[in-house]
Design a protein around this ligand. Structure first.
Ligand code: NG6
Ligand code: CA
Length: 505
């Protein structure tokens, strides 16, 4: 009897060890945070101690890339391990778009689900919801995150500057009163709620360009809505609400491997810091929400610490695309920049084919496996998270799954500094980086977006930059080095035509 009890206890112990052998994964994905926006990446006007601490205790990348210079395509690639630019309809999604992620293909969370993880997304979604007719805000909202691999979802459907201004929890608008249904339109005014265009006197935050449709909480948005009064979010509370939900998910799932994708609203517009942060930076609202973002990171890491989970949890911190200062609201970010350079030494910003469009902060901490305080200059792309997590959790990918995603686990964990064979950057034009050479394909389009004051990198001539000597992409060497232009334009064409980049490489 005693012996068999011992055996059962041993089996349970082993099972417990087995269940815990995979590390937890917390991926904090910031919005529009630039390469130069954190003190651990050289910012001097602002201090981000909690994010800096991740870097100090983990691995900080200096050449890591989001796949696109805007949100929807970047997130699409992160989720699917395939480039958004291969698929139509993956540009910046309106707030009532249909789900753009295929429900029958592998995704980042689905890989981890296969490996036994509990998976959750908390925060910005912006990948569409519902079938071809779009989301039924008053009924069951599906397909969505739940249908592409997340066990739990608590999301902002699109962006905070787009209607509807409500949270969606799993398949329903959170807190919706059925007697007060929501109507949304991106075509014409629906209902009689005032717009920023007709009633600027009602605004607490005025637009600088666009953003003059339905007013919610004194802020005019993109798109029209009416209804769902009880369900409307309060802008100043969004960071706290998302942090609380994330903490709750971690606490509830602490005893088995979990994957939490926390996609913050910060530091996207509209920037409405909570009272604890308003006025706390010397840089106005944009600086204040960087502090708020840093505090979010601090809360999450403290939660992991308090549960004794930090040692075997991978915490990743990054951004979906580069920075923008005036993205459509008069929040004084431009006037109060105070010498701060959101792009650091890089050229361009959000929307741009230049480096600042997609080269972003990227930090990985995992005390059990990654040495503290290291820096990696290896070329790394977010599109590789899927295949790398598959390897981490011993999940085989079929040859035709996530075909742009490479297993780069040794680089992700700092065991190797081998460059990716190439990086593709996507703005209006595609660019390709190989080693220290960057080629931007010729492309029609404005050279600059004056509304946001960002150089877009479009030109009818090919551009070639030597990033090892010219980080700021000031010196176009295309005419002096036509053989390199030929090589890289051919490589870009091969990648564009390829139907399986993992196989080809
Ligand atoms: C643009 C919006 C901008 C922002 C962006 C999406 C205007 C004039 N500009 O169209 O404010 O919402 O879309 O940003 O409407 S992203 O980070 O989600 O890609
Ligand atoms: Ca973004």
């Amino acid at each position: 009897m005693k012996k068999s009890m011992f055996l059962i206890a041993a089996i349970f112990l082993l099972k417990g060890m087995f269940a815990q052998q995979h590390p937890n994964i917390v991926f904090i994905y910031a919005d529009d945070l630039g390469y130069g926006d954190l003190s651990c990446y050289g910012a001097a006007q602002i201090q981000t101690p909690h994010i800096d601490k991740l870097a100090k205790e983990g691995l900080r990348f200096t050449n890591a890339y989001a796949t696109s210079a805007t949100c929807t395509p970047s997130r699409f690639s992160l989720m699917t391990g395939t480039y958004a630019w291969r698929k139509k309809g993956t540009g910046i999604a309106p707030g009532n778009a249909s789900l753009i992620i295929p429900v029958d293909k592998i995704t980042l969370p689905a890989v981890l689900k296969r490996a036994g993880y509990q998976t959750a997304i908390v925060g910005k979604w912006h990948l569409g919801l519902g079938g071809p007719e779009g989301p039924d805000w008053n009924g069951e909202i599906k397909p969505g995150p739940r249908e592409v691999g997340f066990d739990y979802s608590f999301i902002l459907p699109a962006t905070v500057d787009r209607v509807p201004c409500v949270y969606v929890e799993n398949h329903h608008v959170a807190g919706l009163d059925p007697a007060d249904p929501i109507q949304v339109s991106y075509k014409e005014k629906t209902g009689d709620w005032p717009t920023g265009k007709d009633h600027p006197e009602l605004l607490k935050l005025k637009p600088s360009h666009g953003h003059d449709q339905t007013i919610i909480n004194g802020i005019s948005r993109i798109g029209y809505m009416i209804g769902g009064k009880n369900a409307l979010w309060k802008d100043e509370d969004i960071a706290d609400v998302l942090t609380e939900r994330s903490k709750q998910f971690i606490i509830e799932h602490r005893s088995r491997p979990f994957f939490l994708l926390l996609t913050t609203h910060d530091i996207h517009v509209p920037r409405t810091p909570h009272g604890r942060f308003a006025g706390q930076s010397s840089m106005g609202a944009r600086g204040d929400v960087i502090l708020q973002l840093d505090a979010t990171v601090g809360q999450i890491t403290r939660t992991l610490d308090s549960l004794g989970l930090s040692e075997n949890t991978i915490v990743i911190f990054s951004s979906d695309n580069g920075p923008v200062v005036d993205d459509g609201y008069q929040d004084n970010a431009v006037q109060k920049l105070n010498g701060h350079r959101p792009s650091g030494d890089l050229r361009g910003g959000k929307y741009s084919a230049f480096e600042a469009g997609t080269r972003v902060p990227f930090i990985v901490k995992w005390p059990a496996a990654i040495a503290a305080g290291r820096v990696s200059d290896a070329l790394f792309s977010q599109v590789d998270m899927l295949a790398s997590f598959a390897t981490l959790t011993q999940q085989a990918l079929a040859e035709d799954e996530a075909t742009d995603s490479f297993d780069r686990l040794p680089v992700l964990l700092g065991k190797s500094k081998k460059d990716r064979p190439y990086i593709v950057e996507h703005a209006n034009a595609l660019s390709v980086i190989k080693g220290h050479w960057k080629y931007i394909e010729p492309k029609a389009g404005a050279a600059k977006n004056n509304d946001v004051n960002i150089e877009l990198g479009n030109a009818m001539q090919p551009q070639l930059y030597d990033l090892s000597k010219d980080t700021g992409e000031k010196n176009n060497l295309a005419s002096k080095n036509s053989s390199r232009v030929k090589e890289l334009s051919a490589l870009l064409e091969t990648i564009r035509q390829s139907d399986n980049e993992r196989k080809r490489n």
